[in-house]
Each structure stands twice: as C-alpha cells, then as structure tokens.
Design a protein around this ligand. Structure first.
Ligand SMILES: Cc1ncc(COP(=O)(O)O)c(C=O)c1O
Ligand SMILES: [Zn+2]
Length: 375
C-alpha cells in the first residue's frame, strides 16, 4: 500500500465505495465520484516528497494506486514554472513539457494506472484532441487497447498521433459531447472502461498534482490561478489538492482565487457563473480555434462553479479574435510553446488587471496547458 487509506465518495450524495471496482458516475445519483483520503497532519511528508524522483508519482501518498507495479508512467509532471518576461509577477506553469505535450498526460497516467490495477481490459474516451493523444500513449504503455472518438475537424496531426500509438480512432460529426455519445455506444457494444472527463474518479487525481507542485515551486500558493477551461478536471483537481494540503498541515486556510478562462465562442461556465447558476446549461453551436476549450457541456460543471465561487475568483471569456495573437506573442516574447488555450489565459490576465480584479503586484499562475506544435 503506497497511498494513504482512501475510498471513493460521491461529490453530490452521501454514497461511498471502496477502491475495488471500476466505477464511472455515482451509481445512485449520476454525479462525479472523487477519491477521499484519510489524511492526518504530516508536515515532514513535504520534504520526503521533494527528495524523490521528479515525476508526479513523487506524490504517491495522495495518488490512488496501491501497488507501485501498476503505475503506468512516461515521466509526467514536475513541469517548469517560468517567470513571465512581460509581467514580473506572472508565472507560467509549462505543461507542454509533459510526455504527450499537454497536461492531459497527468490525468491519463493516473486513470490508466488505476484501470490497470482494477482489471480493465480495454480503454475508451472522447476527446477534443490532447486527451486522446495522452490516452493512446498511456494505453500503449499499459499494453491495453484504446478506442478514441473525436470531432472530424480535429487537426490531422493529432489523429495520426493517436493511430501511431496503436489506438482505434473514430471521427464524429460535431464536438466532444457527440464523441462522448459515440464512446458510450462503443462501450455498450464492445465493453471497455470509459475514461471521459469526470465520468471516472482518477483523472482528477493526476491533474490535482499541479496544485501540489505550485506549493513546491513557489513555496507558497499564488494569489490567483488562470486556468483555460474545458471539462475542468485541473481546476477541480487543484481545488481538491488545496484542501488535502491544508489537512496535511502544509498550508493554512488561504486559497488562490481561481479563474476559469473560456473563449467567446464557447463559454458555458462563464455564462453560468455570471448568472449565479449552480450548473452550466449547454452552449449552442460552440466555435473556437482553441479546441481544448470547445466543451459545450461539462459533467463537472457544479464542482467547477463551486470552486470558482468558494475561491472568490471568477470566469471570463476572451474574444475569439484575441486568442491566437496572444498565443503568438507568448511564443515570440517568452520562448514558450504556448497553444491557443494559453493565449486565451494570457489575454484574460490583461483583462482582469484592467478590470482591477487582479492587482499587478499579485502573484499569478497561468497554465500553458498544451503545446502549439500540433495545432
Ligand atoms: C491544451 C488544452 N487546454 C485546456 C483544455 C481544457 O482542459 P480541461 O478539460 O481540464 O478543462 C484542454 C482539453 O482538451 C486542452 O487540450
Ligand atoms: Zn451520488
């Protein structure tokens, strides 16, 4: 047993389950399930973790895999935190340095490891692109067959990449929610474990380590975090990590303000936040060149909206026309391989400072969630 004692708990009702069977949404109420650890204060654990090899698995006490032999890894996590040249108090967490050049590596490393540990025979997920590449790579690493469904207009380079990792790829008309329906049908016909965002509890566990790493990188938490948001796994995961870190005795009750960044062409979380809703109705005709953000309906909408409100942060949509110039300026001005999702977040920083929601002297982290190369 490498992790702390843990069980699965529903995010909405009081159902709990042992970590034994592969579970998707809560069998009782269909809400997302999360891993809950029995945590006692352990301030020294921080130093022990820092002394281990530089991958996200150095945080194994708060990752759900029981037997190290089941860890499926390509060396993900512990990415650089780079100070911006343009804004001295802005730091960029460069997730493009992950093995499949996006933060999706982290979630899939955790989820594929757990699928292996709990006996899955095959894996499937819908994707806007990067999650499919990650699942294909980690599936290959685990020796498990992978099926991914993605929108027909996903860049050809990503489609090829998934196939090169040996995955079966199906292209569907529409967006990721349509791909999700195809995956559900595929699993009904062929079996396999569904790794759709927040439809299983373990991708959040991998992504939450970004929150732990921010404390490691800065030795404190930032004042605000800007997160380009689709399904919201990282946002939900980091918010969960901060709670775990407080129970470990590593931080107090302070929290960064969490900001969800979306595009004017697909902003369901921004709209729901502004309207004070608890869930986010589907965005009609989603259109954005930042295809990681083209998620019209998120299973984790309630969890995201709660985290944004509890953190006293917010949600902001960036005009579609501003996204690519902002990403290009980051590549040229910072030398960082920033994708359009990150361009949206960088532009959002300027807007939030102009609106006085963020002061220029506050420490802010922007996630470069994925590389530009494959766009
Ligand atoms: C580069 C990039 N940024 C952001 C996102 C959105 O991530 P999440 O679904 O965790 O909100 C994605 C998802 O596909 C992505 O590929
Ligand atoms: Zn439930």
């Amino acid at each position: 047993m490498t992790h702390l004692p843990a069980h699965i708990a529903c995010s909405a009702c009081d159902a709990t389950f042992p970590i034994r069977d592969l579970l998707n949404l809560c069998p009782k109420c269909k809400a997302p399930l999360l891993v809950s650890y029995d945590i006692k204060p352990d301030p020294q654990l921080r130093d022990r973790i820092r002394s281990r090899a530089a991958t996200m698995w150095r945080y194994r006490e708060v990752l759900p895999v029981s037997d190290d032999a089941n860890v499926v890894t390509l060396g993900e996590g512990v990415t650089p935190l780079l100070r911006s040249r343009e804004f001295p108090n802005v730091f960029i967490k460069d997730e493009s340095k992950n093995p499949t050049r996006s933060f999706k590596s982290r979630g899939m490393a955790a989820a594929v490891s757990m699928a292996k540990e709990l006996g899955a025979k095959s894996l499937a997920a819908p994707t806007a692109g990067n999650a499919g590449a990650a699942l294909s790579a980690y599936g290959a690493r685990a020796g498990l067959p992978v099926f991914v469904a993605m929108p027909r207009d996903t860049p050809q380079s990503i489609i090829d990449e998934c196939r090169e990792y040996g995955a079966e790829v199906e292209l569907v008309a529409g967006v990721i929610t349509d791909a999700g329906k195809r995956v559900a049908q595929y699993i009904a016909d062929n079996g396999g474990f569904d790794l759709s965002t927040l439809k299983e509890p373990y991708r959040v566990e991998g992504k939450k380590i970004m929150g732990y790493e921010l404390l490691e990188d800065l030795d404190r938490l930032p004042d605000a975090i800007l997160y380009p948001t689709g399904g919201g796994t990282g946002l939900i995961g980091m918010w969960k990590a901060f709670d775990e870190m407080e129970r470990l005795g590593w931080i107090g009750s302070e929290r960064p303000r969490m900001y969800s960044i979306q595009s004017s062409g697909c902003a369901p979380i921004v709209r729901a936040f502004a309207a004070h809703l608890e869930s986010a109705p589907e965005w009609e005709s989603p259109q954005t060149t930042a295809w990681g953000l083209r998620v019209p309906r998120a299973v984790g909408d309630r969890l995201m909206l709660r985290a944004l409100r509890d953190s006293r942060g917010g949600a902001i949509a960036v005009d579609e026309a501003a996204i690519e110039p902002a990403a290009a300026a980051m590549r040229k001005g910072e030398g960082i391989d920033a994708g359009p999702e990150t361009g949206a977040a960088m532009h959002a920083y300027r807007l939030l400072v102009a609106q006085r929601a963020i002061r220029p002297d506050e420490t802010v982290v922007i996630f470069n969630t994925g590389a530009n190369k494959y766009h």
